[in-house]
Design a protein around this ligand. Structure first.
Ligand code: TRP
Length: 442
């Protein structure tokens, strides 16, 4: 028997949930370390161009497919193009949900541990030693990863309206306030000038480094939750009458602002203490505690606020990753949401254990990177752009011009023809070019 499919309670519920998906570890943890490694402003410029030229059309395309078909990422392609190969995009998406959430849960767990640590008085001793000691322990990070995944499962278990929508409505406003407060405070620490120069003064040399292009485009996909059907799945819970373009614009602008303001939290503080921005994936965990410690009591409070922020942002994103897989298996196996959430959540937790162990407890590396770093770069810089490429090609080349315009709600917009042109040519060529450059320089 088919149950009635769930829907969002309101348009703002959808926007906040999609924003919750977009705003996450990607904006704070990943953005800051990728920008730190990518030379600052050069990375930022390529990332902003990617968001505009690729991110916006791909998001609108995922929204169009989801709202039009009212079903999960795999079935959507089956409905629109029966017996064709396009559903590989959906299959890749479900697979990516498993891969991304497996390591995302590990970092989410780190964040929870730090939150707990600051709530109970802060980190004592050298922050770097503390971090390395923690992540190379075989048990403790796995425990916190489990706690994080349990929270994620708990929300998705409650369903689209009572779980995802309600939690996003609470978390997103809180996040925004915490972030702005922290940025205002960080800018007073004395590193503001250097941070502005690092973030906004173009360093032309960095543009000649091909790896910056792939990491900046990968970042655009990752931070906007694109390329694997997460936005498609969320849009499938929309009433078909709901409009899309303004929602996409709001989500993209706010997600980008969130990343920029996170940069204004992290870099001024970092430069104020003379620390190194190219610290890599441990950046926010190794660098920020130095600062919190040096600031005494108020620093402990800032630490609590920061890690509450990071944990909530991670959680509202993790639920969208889990939802892609849960929505697929619910329909496919005709099973209940509750059962599928528990099973899929458990499998993803187990898949994440090697990522967690690869941080020092065991020597698990692929192509010279730790298992976790490899999963992060492989999914973000390769799987997501590839998924996005297939989706734009699908819409750009199998839908008529009228369908592209109508299902994206752009028929009456002056930039409609530009959107069609972007979907057909500009976005696919841009993604392909960067992917090729990235493969050559892997
Ligand atoms: N966008 C989230 C972040 O920035 C991560 C995320 C959630 C995601 N859902 C996704 C990334 C789907 C890719 C695809 O942290």
């Amino acid at each position: 028997m088919q149950q009635k499919r769930e829907q969002w309670g309101s348009r703002w519920g959808f926007i906040l949930a999609a924003m919750g998906s977009a705003v996450g570890l990607g904006n704070i943890w990943r953005f800051s370390y990728a920008m730190g490694e990518g030379g600052g402003s050069a990375f930022l410029i390529i990332y902003l161009v990617s968001v505009l030229v690729i991110g916006f059309p791909v998001m609108l395309i995922e929204f169009s497919i989801g709202r039009r078909t009212q079903t999960d990422a795999v079935d959507a392609f089956k409905k629109l193009a029966p017996k064709s190969g396009w559903l590989v995009a959906g299959g890749l998406g479900v697979l990516a949900a498993f891969l991304i959430l497996s390591f995302y849960g590990v970092i989410g767990g780190w964040s929870l541990r730090y939150m707990f640590e600051y709530m109970t008085g802060g980190i004592t001793g050298d922050p770097q030693d503390f971090f390395v000691g923690f992540i190379s322990d075989p048990a403790s990070p796995v425990f916190w990863q489990f706690v994080f995944m349990a929270l994620t499962v708990g929300i998705v278990f409650l369903g689209v309206q009572k779980g995802i929508e309600l939690s996003s409505k609470v978390m997103m406003p809180v996040l925004s306030i915490l972030l702005i407060g922290l940025a205002a405070y960080s800018l007073t620490l004395g590193g503001a000038e250097e941070a502005f120069a690092f973030m906004f003064q173009p360093d032309w040399d960095a543009f000649t480094d091909p790896s910056v292009y792939i990491s900046a485009m990968g970042q655009a996909f990752f931070t906007l939750s694109l390329g694997m059907g997460a936005m498609l799945t969320y849009a499938s819970y929309l009433d078909p009458e709901e409009r899309l373009t303004s929602s996409a614009a709001i989500i993209i602008v706010l997600d980008t602002l969130f990343a920029l303001v996170s940069g204004l939290v992290i870099f001024p503080a970092l430069f104020a203490f003379g620390l190194d921005p190219s610290e890599g994936a441990g950046l926010v965990f190794m660098v920020l505690p130095n600062i919190f410690e040096a600031l005494g009591g108020i620093g402990t409070l800032a630490g609590v606020v920061f890690f509450v922020l990071l944990s909530m942002a991670a959680l509202s994103s993790a639920i969208s990753l889990l939802e892609v897989a849960v929505a697929y298996f619910m329909r496919r196996l005709n099973a209940s949401r509750k059962a599928m959430t528990l099973v899929v959540g458990l499998v993803i937790f187990l898949l994440g254990v090697p990522s967690s162990l690869s941080q020092g407890a065991m020597d698990i590396t692929i192509l010279g990177d730790s298992f976790l770093d490899f999963m992060d770069a492989f999914t973000g810089n390769l799987v997501l752009p590839l998924g996005g490429l297939i989706m734009v090609l699908f819409v750009g080349w199998t839908w008529t011009k009228k369908e592209i315009l109508d299902h994206g709600d752009v028929a009456d917009q002056s930039w409609g023809p530009l959107y069609v042109l972007t979907a057909k040519f500009v976005a696919p060529v841009a993604i392909l070019l960067v992917l090729i450059i990235g493969m050559i320089n892997w």
